[in-house]
Design a protein around this ligand. Structure first.
Ligand code: G6P
Length: 488
């Protein structure tokens, strides 16, 4: 039985995350259309099979989700929409949800962990912030309450990410019988930066996560930063025990763990050979033109992804090594993200402006230097992965960055990877990538030049090693490793 592989025999598994495995949109006639999402958690959870009583608790994100959540009996979605998975979608009041998700999770906690503040101007923690923080508490309480209701005696709850930092502590109080783990998909801020948060809130977030039995991260670096924050902010004791690290605080011990989520090689190889991807590949090839190399990037249009400096580096490449003009195309996919936030809308506009400027300055009748696409299309992303000679992954800071792991797996030519040392993926891929400081545009331009010039055999050899490292812990193994560690 698949469930036994978890090592948590007999224990029901619950997952909690803001974004669930399915989302709904209302069709023209008002009927709701369900769309299954992808990603590590969805394929990870599939490792335990739908018959094991697992429940996924998530939030209704938009109007379609809210309508579906209201129609669902007790908040449990129709299993026909979820591939048999039991999913409970929480219909949280829109104002509370928006304050918790947009204003706190994505504008405060995300910014802190990705070091995104322009500190002379932001952040400002005033009464409005306190009001929004109360909404974040309410939203976390809704999740904890739902988990407490859904959990069987002795169940295991895996709580995901910065949206739900308070849940482990709240849930522990309601259900001391549960095994509770928290997983951070983001980086963790170093203490000096983390302490931008008001003191009581900096402490509350840490205490929330320490309410669990285990707190896990994507790399040692982020786990270490969390431990440093616990020591500095809470005065907690950080201990090494049994080959691992743990935090002791107020009579409880929370073990820290690291699980570096890898790419899903089987899925990617299969999916990237399907006809819709072939079609898009043909279209991209036509757009690029014959005998030209490609530099590919695929991101959400996210401030931390550093798309603007990536474009500036490409511009420098064309300025400094004019031989590349007409011989390379930068395929940049920048898909919409968090468009409710003005700063994301402005960033999207800036990305477009610079791409257009490069095309206006350098483009010729038969060569467009940048092919920017902003409409989310997974099949087209896979087509670009197949075509990539060079992959550019230059985030300012990133929990992992799965694109860095996916491109080497799918690329037909064994692409060269230009990789930021501030991406979690650097810990596993650093040796075979061309590593850059993401703020250094000149050095990034040099790395692009070097990547484009890399001799074929070296590129193929590095590409093979990158693909092997990238797939060391595929989603199902990643998920089961967390369960096993929590059971141990
Ligand atoms: C990051 C977070 C995830 C989140 C994703 C997309 O990877 O760690 O929790 O789901 O970004 O962001 P969104 O706000 O669109 O859910």
């Amino acid at each position: 039985m698949a469930f036994d592989r978890s090592g948590a025999q007999g224990s029901q598994v619950l997952v909690a995350s803001n974004r669930g495995p399915v989302s709904y949109t209302a069709g023209a006639d008002g009927t709701l259309v369900a769309k299954r999402g992808g990603g590590g958690l969805v394929s990870g959870l599939s490792a335990i099979g739908p018959d094991a009583g697992a429940v996924w608790v998530c939030a209704a994100l938009g109007d379609g989700d809210r309508a579906a959540a209201r129609l669902a009996a007790g908040g449990h979605l129709d299993p026909a929409d979820t591939g048999g998975q039991r999913v409970r979608m929480l219909d949280i009041e829109p104002e509370v949800f928006s304050a918790a998700y947009n204003d706190i999770a994505n504008s405060v906690l995300w910014f802190v962990h990705h070091l995104l503040y322009q500190t002379p101007l932001a952040p400002v923690f005033d009464d409005r912030f306190r009001h929004r923080w109360a909404a974040y508490e309410q939203y976390n309480a809704a999740f904890a309450g739902a988990l407490a209701q859904e959990a069987a005696e002795g169940a295991t709850a895996l709580v995901q990410d910065y949206h739900l930092a308070l849940v482990p502590g709240l849930l522990r109080k309601m259900r001391p019988d549960l095994r509770i783990g928290h997983f951070s998909h983001t980086p963790w801020a170093p203490p000096d930066y983390y302490r931008l948060l008001p003191d009581d809130i900096a402490a509350q977030v840490l205490r929330g996560i320490l309410g669990g039995d285990r707190a896990a991260f994507l790399t040692e670096r982020w786990a270490g930063a969390f431990a440093d924050c616990c020591a500095e902010v809470l005065g907690a004791e950080v201990v090494r025990e049994g080959g691992g690290t743990a935090v002791r605080y107020q009579g409880r011990t929370t073990r820290l763990g690291v699980h570096g989520l890898g790419a899903d090689a089987d899925f990617l190889r299969r999916r990237s050979r399907q006809p819709d991807v072939d079609e898009r590949l043909a279209a991209l090839r036509a757009q690029v033109g014959p005998d030209r190399k490609t530099i590919v990037r695929v991101d959400r249009t996210e401030l931390s992804k550093n798309i603007v400096r990536g474009l500036l580096a490409y511009r420098r490449l064309l300025e400094r090594w004019p031989d590349w003009r007409g011989r390379v195309v930068h395929i940049a996919f920048a898909y919409p993200s968090r468009q409710d936030l003005a700063v994301y809308r402005d960033y999207t506009a800036e990305v477009r402006r610079i791409a257009e400027e490069i095309n206006a300055v350098f483009g010729t009748a038969d060569w467009q230097p940048v092919a920017l696409h902003v409409k989310d299309d997974f099949a087209r992303s896979l087509a670009a992965y197949r075509l990539a000679d060079v992959a550019l992954v230059n985030p300012i800071r990133d929990g992992m960055n799965l694109v860095a792991k996916e491109i080497p797996v799918v690329s037909e030519t064994g692409c060269a990877l230009v990789l930021s040392r501030e991406a979690g993926a650097y810990a596993e891929l650093g040796e075979d990538a061309l590593v850059v400081n993401p703020y250094d545009v000149e050095a990034t331009a040099e790395a692009l030049h070097q990547a484009l010039q890399m001799p074929e055999p070296e590129r193929a050899e590095r590409g093979r090693r990158l693909a092997a490292a990238a797939t060391a812990l595929p989603p199902q193994a990643w998920f089961l490793a967390q369960l096993r560690a929590l059971a141990g």
